[in-house]
Design a protein around this ligand. Structure first.
Ligand code: HEC
Ligand code: HEC
Ligand code: HEC
Ligand code: HEC
Ligand code: HEC
Ligand code: HEC
Length: 386
């Protein structure tokens, strides 16, 4: 009897899946995690055979008697979770897109620095193979790499929960196969609860991004500069004590040092070359902004770092030990208000606060032993909202 109802349940779930298939097509839900890009032949002007041959070589499938690593094992296609210092395939593809096969051949076979000399040791590649690889990369520069779709798992989990709770509901109301009523009820409540939880998480995260850590156009590392080379935050973000915003340094400032330092220990010449190139072409690097409050909120670094004497770390976390900057706080209104309630203001040392006569008198008389940010009006709506 028990076995029978179990089979019924599975049968029902299977039927439900079959029922869902047309919907997945309808919503165009991706069913594979990573699909390779379709080769766009027309745009790059090469035949599919040429492109595929170069691709096979780059991926390490050709030739069979090769005695060096495949290009793809260092020049990655999809950004890994931890920083990979080697140039990515797409970076290389874009850099050489406008140049001929001979220039590419020289770049591969005549290493420009120490790191590359070590990495490209013992390369035996015919001119023909380099040509096809260049064809493949030129095509890649046009098509780009299709990004992974991280949401697919969540969509599947969500659908699966939907199947579970439908089954539980059907059993409760119609089939009544499971003898112990508590089981379908429990399954229904759990599945439904988890779906609500997922929906809630998605909507809370809308517009806010704790943990946001995009790949930047240059692999600039705070750990390398601040911790290993002892450069002060203020050397680069020099407006932080005096202005509302902290500036992002210009290529000119990078060139103060990189006019001399042309090769990094981890990334070789490739990343620093990007700075030099931007500098020579007089264009700025398009850094991707990480922290970003909505327009209706007023926030000033000068107030917090200059007058308030707060440390960058209190809001930005351990930036000096990050290779890639990550937003650690959610920058929500609650986050601002909480800190204002619990952070003392340095009243005695600070001239800025001499305007608050009454507090000074209280402090000296011992009526109050400390003043919090909230006491000087930091949590009034109008302090943060125009
Ligand atoms: C063991 C790792 C490794 C392998 C395998 C490898 N590379 Fe590299 N390659 C590097 C590193 C590291 C750099 C950057 C060094 C630098 O810029 O100083 C680089 C740089 C390059 C550059 C850019 C040169 C420039 O500065 O503009 C090209 C082009 C290149 N590789 C092509 C290839 C091709 C094609 C293959 C496969 C045949 C390949 N690489 C295999 C590690 C590797
Ligand atoms: C050598 C120059 C340099 C130094 C020194 C430096 N930074 Fe940066 N900082 C940058 C650059 C360039 C960016 C933009 C690229 C990035 O996000 O990594 C940046 C970005 C940031 C961001 C993210 C900005 C955004 O988009 O939201 C924060 C926060 C930050 N830095 C904090 C610090 C702190 C804290 C220190 C000291 C511990 C520091 N920086 C030292 C150059 C520097
Ligand atoms: C005060 C000097 C100084 C300034 C300013 C500076 N750097 Fe550097 N940078 C260094 C030094 C020194 C190294 C070498 C570190 C190593 O490889 O050990 C380096 C290394 C690097 C590397 C390679 C890291 C590696 O290990 O491969 C990159 C990329 C880089 N810097 C980008 C930048 C950018 C972008 C800026 C401007 C926002 C900048 N740097 C400003 C001193 C500086
Ligand atoms: C009280 C919290 C707080 C402190 C302390 C703080 N920041 Fe920020 N920082 C923020 C917030 C909030 C933003 C986003 C501002 C916006 O979107 O208008 C931000 C943005 C930035 C940015 C991006 C550019 C900008 O201004 O929007 C940089 C760079 C930065 N901070 C660097 C620093 C450095 C360096 C320090 C220390 C000297 C520091 N911050 C101290 C909260 C703080
Ligand atoms: C790490 C603690 C901390 C966080 C987080 C923080 N603040 Fe503050 N804030 C302070 C302190 C301390 C003061 C008082 C010192 C001062 O006036 O400079 C202050 C003062 C202010 C003031 C000035 C109030 C006045 O009337 O003088 C404003 C506006 C403000 N904060 C906005 C914000 C906003 C917006 C956020 C969130 C995005 C935020 N703060 C997050 C600590 C914090
Ligand atoms: C210390 C600074 C600060 C103070 C004081 C403050 N807010 Fe905000 N407020 C914020 C920040 C930061 C956001 C953006 C938060 C986010 O995107 O989650 C925000 C967002 C909002 C929003 C939009 C909510 C949303 O989801 O987009 C409203 C409405 C709002 N605040 C109302 C108020 C009212 C009313 C007061 C006075 C009782 C107040 N705020 C006081 C910092 C502050």
């Amino acid at each position: 009897m028990k076995r029978n109802c179990c089979c019924e349940g599975i049968g029902l779930i299977l039927r439900f899946y079959i029922f869902l298939i047309p919907f997945t097509f309808f919503f165009n839900l991706p069913l594979t995690c990573y699909s390779e890009t379709e080769d766009v032949i027309i745009e790059s002007g090469f035949s599919k055979d040429e492109i595929n041959r170069g691709k096979r070589f780059f991926m390490g499938l050709l030739p069979f008697e090769r005695n060096h690593e495949a290009c793809i094992s260092c020049h990655y296609m999809v950004s890994p979770d931890t920083l990979n210092w080697n140039p990515s395939a797409i970076d290389i593809a874009r850099k050489y897109a406008g140049r001929d096969s001979a220039a590419f051949h020289r770049a591969v076979m005549q290493p420009s620095g120490n790191l590359m000399a070590a990495s490209h040791q013992n390369f035996e590649i015919s001119e023909e193979d380099v040509y096809y690889m260049k064809v493949y990369l030129d095509n890649l520069a046009v098509t780009g790499v299709e990004p992974m779709k991280p949401s697919i798992n969540r969509i599947l989990i969500f659908l699966f929960l939907g199947v579970l709770l439908t089954w539980a509901l059907l059993d409760l109301l119609i089939f009544k196969k499971v003898k112990i009523k508590a089981i379908p009820i429990l399954i229904f409540v759990a599945a439904f609860g988890f779906q609500l939880f997922m929906l809630f998480n998605e909507s809370v995260l809308l517009g806010r991004s704790p943990g946001y850590q995009p790949d930047q156009p240059i692999k600039f590392s705070h750990q390398v500069h601040v911790t290993e080379n002892q450069i002060d935050c203020m050397y680069c973000h020099h407006t932080v004590t005096t202005s509302q915003t902290a500036n992002i340094p210009s290529t000119n400032l990078c060139m103060n040092c990189h006019i001399v330092v042309r090769e990094g220990t981890r990334s070789g010449r490739f990343e620093i070359d990007k700075i030099v190139q931007a500098y020579e072409e007089e264009r700025s690097v398009e850094w991707i902004r990480i922290h970003d409050l909505p327009d209706h909120v007023f926030f000033s670094h000068a107030q917090h770092v200059g007058a308030g004497k707060l440390d960058c770390m209190q809001c930005h976390g351990d930036v000096e030990n990050m290779h890639v900057v990550k937003q650690v706080n959610d920058l929500s209104m609650g986050w601002c208000l909480d800190c204002h309630r619990t952070t003392k203001v340095d009243f005695i040392e600070n001239d800025y606060y001499s305007i608050f006569e009454a507090f000074h008198i209280d402090l000296e008389a011992g009526v109050r032993d400390s003043i919090f940010a909230v006491n000087i009006g930091a949590n009034n709506c109008s302090s943060c909202h125009y």
